[in-house]
Design a binder for this molecule. Structure first.
Ligand code: IMP
Ligand code: MG
Length: 189
């Protein structure tokens, strides 16, 4: 069993995240999006999306907001490469500017899958915003248009991101102190 009380080391704190969200919102506004539809990729992006949307509001944007739930199958903490739609967007995307929001850009497969899907449905432009980018892990060629922070190549939790649904509530991004004598820590799905 994963213990939610396990120590978590802070990597990006609340203040740094809040400051960065305002900067990202300004950068997004500068692209002058038209008829903007924001699509948050569930589940891990929910907290980032909620904060970024409020920052976008403060910066003067009034987007519509939608959700897509994608699953990239993982064995423990390693991506398998397949992406599946668990819940699709309901809105018409044809002719619209879309901002995809996800938590982490790692192999790139999730974002590429979502971007290709929305472009195939006729979106005018699909931009991508991710809280974290792990460089050196890309399996497909993609750069996010807006990146919160470059993240070391470690498994992170908090601010929406989880291990077996734990730690999502943390207001910061951190590392779980992992004791190798407990190999079941990342054993969940
Ligand atoms: P990609 O398709 O390999 O780019 O994987 C991105 C997805 O994997 C993210 O949306 C996360 O859900 C998940 N992910 C990748 N690294 C981490 C991590 O360190 N912590 C939590 N989730 C992660
Ligand atoms: Mg995800």
């Amino acid at each position: 069993m994963t213990s939610p009380s396990r120590r978590v080391r802070v990597l990006f704190d609340e203040t740094a995240i809040a400051r960065r969200n305002e900067e990202l919102a300004e950068a997004i506004v500068a692209t002058k999006p038209e008829n903007l539809l924001v699509v948050a990729v569930l589940k891990g992006s929910f907290m980032f999306a909620a904060d970024l949307l409020r920052a976008l509001h403060r910066s003067g944007l009034s987007p519509q907001v939608e959700f897509v739930h994608l699953s990239s199958y993982r064995t423990g903490t390693v991506s398998s490469g397949q992406v599946e739609i668990l819940r699709d967007v309901e809105s018409e995307v044809r002719g619209r500017d879309v901002l995809l929001i996800d938590d982490i850009l790692e192999s790139g497969r999730t974002i590429v899958f979502a971007k290709d899907l929305l472009m195939a449905r006729g979106a005018r432009r699909v931009m991508t915003a991710v809280l974290l980018e792990k460089p050196g892990k890309r399996a497909v060629t993609i750069d996010a248009d807006f990146v919160g922070f470059t993240c070391p190549d470690v498994f992170v939790v908090g601010y929406g991101m989880d291990v077996a649904h734990a730690y999502r509530q943390l207001p910061f991004v951190g590392l779980v102190d992992y004791d190798s004598s407990e190999p079941d820590l990342f054993g969940g799905t």
